[in-house]
Design a protein around this ligand. Sequence first.
Ligand SMILES: Nc1ncnc2c1ncn2[C@@H]1O[C@H](COP(=O)(O)OP(=O)(O)OP(=O)(O)O)[C@@H](O)[C@H]1O
Length: 379
Amino acid sequence: MTCGGEPVRPLRTSFRITLVDVLATFADPTLQGDHVTAHGQIAEPPDLDQLQRRAVASRLPDRDEGIVVCENLVRIYQAEGVEVQALQGLDLAVSQGEMIALVGASGSGKSTLLGILSGQDVPTAGSAEVAGHDLLAMKRRDRLDYRRSTVGFVWQQTARNLLPYLSAAENVMLPMTYTGVRRSQRRARAEELLDLFGVGHCRNRHPDELSGGEQQRVAIAVAVANEPQVVFADEPTGELDTATSDEIFAVLRQANEDLGVTVIVVTHDALVSEQVQRTVRIRNGRTTTEVLRRIATDEDGVEARAAEEYAVLDRNGRLQLPREFTEHLHMRKRVRLALEADHVGVWPDASAPQAGPDAEAGTSPEAPREASPGASPGA
Ligand SMILES: Nc1ncnc2c1ncn2[C@@H]1O[C@H](COP(=O)(O)OP(=O)(O)OP(=O)(O)O)[C@@H](O)[C@H]1O
């Protein structure tokens, strides 16, 4: 399979959350800021050494349960009496400690998915679990705690990530205010994170005194301030030039590797998506293909990055064939399947008009064996 390219759009046009949501994400009038955690206790945040030890521990075996698991996820919007099916039975599993890219054409459902996973929106049906939280069953109060402590976000629009009247350090301290971290600890952790991400010298500057790249570094520090388990980044490099994009991506990778946080990045930028080990493509509200990247060594011992594209197979055995394949072979409505020793053959319906070139050339089998559930390869 080859990687089909999506048109690259320089800017996202649809965002539905405003600056007010920066505060709304964390603020809850029922909490007493400085003193009380979501559970009524004073929190003692770990220092960076402890976080790094945890990160290493989290990379040890047994991380394959999936920290993010979506099954058959459906989100239907009602717009002027018309139903829009933004997610149409989406499946996704992300392992703890992974960093993946989500790609897809405009309108394919990426933001809708991120909105659900980040606890800002509720799906219509299906299941979605993040770090053991059931996002369909979650109560309002739990959802607020979840947004404050379990997940972090970085948006494309720098103005959406940072409050303009707070300094960089104050912006990083803000989320900790709402989880009850003491002021001195908030400041220490904010300064550690700003140093870690290369913007320690900007701690007393306000967002309008920072470059776009510096603002996004601070935004990543804000996103990880409360030690979330997963960070969602929606086009975090969309407003930046290529060199700065690379730097910001490196900072996200640093958060992933040094702090052990799982990172899910939505991007239109092929250069960004090529830097992760797994890129998941969404089409029409479903995950369709995944590109897996690894370092391959040839017979001369030369290492090179290899990328292979896979179709996503859901629990019911459904997969979506890439449009360019079906169009090339004139596959419509139905195809013939054959179970072979180590693969499944898919042929165009020879009885249909304009069957594909292979079928016309007689390369499809005369009578393919029926693919029976439970039949083992080579049986
Ligand atoms: N609040 C809403 N009301 C009605 N329809 C919506 C709403 N939000 C999104 N949609 C529709 O749902 C579909 C998926 O939208 P979504 O924003 O998730 O796509 P996307 O892949 O993030 O696109 P983009 O890359 O342009 O941001 C689109 O058809 C969109 O018009």
